[in-house]
Design a protein around this ligand. Structure first.
Ligand code: ADP
Length: 196
């Protein structure tokens, strides 16, 4: 029975189908942490996987872009373009980027086709308490401007495929949700002949 089959086995069975899993959420919500754990599980199965992490991408592909709305949109469009190329070549692409604007996320979803949106959801107060990179403190001190959640907007997904409530669930629980969503997608896309 489907619900008793291990999610990893399913993903492996359908591994020729590329897919982008797009993690959006506030800084410190847990996007990178969950992505890295999902990446590890997938790569251990010998699957073709890439992780495009917002912080790393900003040092390379989108170096020089700032944090105005226009630059943030350009940042996401470029990441989306690369994710699209990889996805259509059978790669499972994990994107972790704040990606605060709903309309641009919708745009990359439509471009890529094979797309799962994961809302990594944690209250701002929790993200600020975690302050993994010390950025919230700097934003509160006025040293960083246009910081998402402080003086720049974050538009939460209205209908994400997965929501990981990281203030309430463990990292393992979040990872399991994502793995199950990947396997569900792979099975349904094979059944209905979806292609990218
Ligand atoms: P982001 O990539 O969204 O900026 P990070 O993954 O860098 O966030 O940091 C999230 C922090 O929250 C990490 O220190 C992580 O250990 C912690 N954390 C606590 N619970 C969870 C959870 N359920 N899922 C993900 N991260 C969690």
């Amino acid at each position: 029975m489907l619900q008793n089959i291990d999610a990893l086995d399913l993903v492996k069975s359908y591994s020729k189908q590329g897919l982008t899993i797009w993690f959006t959420g506030l800084s410190g919500a847990g996007k990178t942490t969950i992505c890295q754990a999902v990446y590890k599980q997938l790569i251990e199965q010998g699957l073709k996987v890439e992780h495009l992490d917002g912080d790393l991408v900003r040092q390379t592909l989108t170096k020089g872009l700032g944090f105005s709305q226009a630059d943030r949109e350009e940042n996401i469009r470029r990441i989306g373009f690369v994710a699209h190329l990889l996805t259509r070549n059978g790669v499972i692409v994990l994107v972790s980027a704040i990606s605060p604007y709903r309309s641009i996320r919708q745009e990359v979803r439509e471009q890529i086709g094979a797309f799962i949106e994961v809302f990594v959801d944690a209250p701002l107060t929790v993200c600020e308490q975690r302050d993994v990179k010390g950025l919230y403190q700097r934003a509160r001190n006025g040293e960083i401007l246009q910081f998402t959640g402080i003086d720049a907007p974050y538009e939460a997904p209205l209908d994400p495929e997965v929501t990981c409530s990281t203030a309430e669930e463990t990292i393992d629980q979040s990872v399991t949700k994502v793995m199950q969503a990947i396997s569900r997608y792979q099975v349904s896309s094979m059944s209905f002949g979806a292609s990218v």
